[in-house]
Design a protein around this ligand. Structure first.
Ligand code: HAM
Length: 419
């Protein structure tokens, strides 16, 4: 018989580590809720053309990494490789632009890219993301950066850095692109890279190979070719970050892997992660709404990789206390006690005390072992004779101390002990 395994590039999130996973998502999203961002859910698959037009034909994401299929109705659909295109599609479809702007939205969920799997790079991964659509204000760029920053800090992370760049706007980018192409055409590059120079020259700046990097030392940079308004926008973002006490590194060669970016772009790197060190990234995308058939409105946002953030926590030795462990374990010692055990466990749970009990008719020894393994601090031992007398035993599983308590008092008693 075939033993099935999770597909290549995917993994199962299992307890008890899954508690960390959930805690990461909760902590990263908490600051968004306090800043007026509303939760949005969009489909896991979208019309393939949305990503082609929104993310860009020349990106690796669209050209090489999409999970695309025809459904039974002959529609070409794609498992979302990222969240921004779908959120902007929803913004346009539901005419959010006629309401209060900016529309502030956050989301979390699975994303899919057919990438070469390695540590921190998966084919199915999870992002938490935030978008502010409809207003071109540098304060929004800074607000979003601060929210990501605060999310990381709330997890206890300290080993991350913020890289900041600007990709200019529609008035200055075309001339810069041409200047960069001129420069790149004079270099000694392989055929693949030469064709990239013609299609997506900015990506060449991001080429990690030393023989390419060595030739790029004198490459023209976007920051030196900014229009007045793009430069003013970038200055304002930096001034806001200073006000907010957020430090960054200028990264004039930072090129993001998605084509929709304009003006501010940024990435959060964690130094404990090896090659896949970006734990989050984002920027402004002033042409995206129009590119997907909506009004000509600007937007800015980011997405954080949950999988990589969990790896970053591990790298810093930070353990988040999870919610999976129970506080009380109920141990029944006879047939009648078994029925009472489920009743008592339910009473305790309804009172907010996390409680578990043994199943499958285990004997006392097995049940006490399970109680120890459960991580509970207290066992409630139910003997048939005690129950007939209207009492139960509470055992402190650390000290071993045992006390007798009236059955009717047990929930109140345990709540008192645990509070
Ligand atoms: P991105 O930089 O492609 O941006 O992805 C954001 C984060 O998702 C990355 O920094 C990384 O932590 C995580 N990530 C990406 N690919 C993988 C993978 N294969 N395995 C594990 N983690 C991964 C975006 O997706 C944009 N939509 C962000 C954005 C929102 N820009 C504006 N608004």
């Amino acid at each position: 018989m075939t033993v099935f395994r999770a597909p290549k590039g995917t993994y199962d999130v299992l307890p008890p580590e899954s508690a960390t996973w959930r805690a990461v998502q909760a902590k990263l999203t908490a600051p968004l809720g306090t800043a007026g961002y509303g939760y949005i859910e969009t489909p896991v698959f979208e019309d393939t053309a949305l990503f082609r037009r929104g993310v860009g034909e020349s990106t690796d994401v669209v050209a090489k990494e999409m999970y695309t299929f025809d459904d039974k109705g002959g529609r070409s659909l794609t498992l979302r490789p990222e969240g921004t295109a779908g959120v902007v599609r929803a913004f346009v479809e539901h005419s959010f632009h006629s309401g209060q702007l900016p529309a502030k939205l956050w989301y979390a969920g699975p994303y899919f890219r057919y990438e070469r799997p390695q540590s921190g790079r998966f084919r199915h991964f999870t992002q938490v993301g935030a978008e502010a659509i409809g207003v071109d204000d540098p304060a929004l760029d800074a607000e979003l950066i601060a929210l990501a920053w605060d999310g990381f800090r709330s997890l206890g992370l300290t080993g991350f850095r913020l890289l900041l760049n600007t990709l200019g706007d529609e008035t200055c980018r075309p001339a810069y692109r041409e200047a960069l192409q001129q420069f790149l055409r004079g270099l000694d590059l392989d055929d693949d890279t030469r064709s990239r120079v013609e299609i997506n020259p900015l990506r060449v700046l991001d080429d990690k190979r030393p023989q390419v990097q060595a030739q790029l030392a004198d490459a023209p940079l976007m920051v030196d070719h900014l229009s007045e308004s793009a430069a003013a926008h970038y200055d304002a973002v930096r001034a806001h970050l200073i006000d907010l006490g957020i430090g960054w590194e200028e990264a004039p060669r930072l090129v993001r892997g998605l084509d929709y970016y304009t003006k501010t772009t940024f990435e959060f790197l964690h130094d404990g992660l090896g090659a896949q060190s970006a734990i989050g990234g984002g920027g402004r995308y002033d042409g995206l709404s129009a590119a997907v058939g909506g009004p000509d409105l600007s937007g800015v946002g980011w997405a954080i990789g949950v999988d990589r953030t969990v790896l970053a926590l591990r790298a810093e030795g930070i353990a988040l206390t999870g919610d999976a462990r129970c506080e009380v374990y109920v141990v029944p010692l006879g047939q009648d006690a078994r029925r009472t055990a489920l009743v008592l466990a339910t009473e305790l749970r309804r009172a907010g005390v996390s409680t578990d009990l043994p199943f499958g008719g285990r004997g006392l020894k097995g049940a006490m072992k399970a109680a120890d393994r459960s991580g509970a601090s207290y066992a409630v031992i139910l003997g048939d004779r005690d129950l007939a007398a209207g009492t139960v035993e509470i055992k402190d599983l650390r000290s071993g101390k045992q006390t007798t308590v009236p059955r009717q008092e047990i929930v109140k008693e345990l709540k008192g002990i645990l509070s």
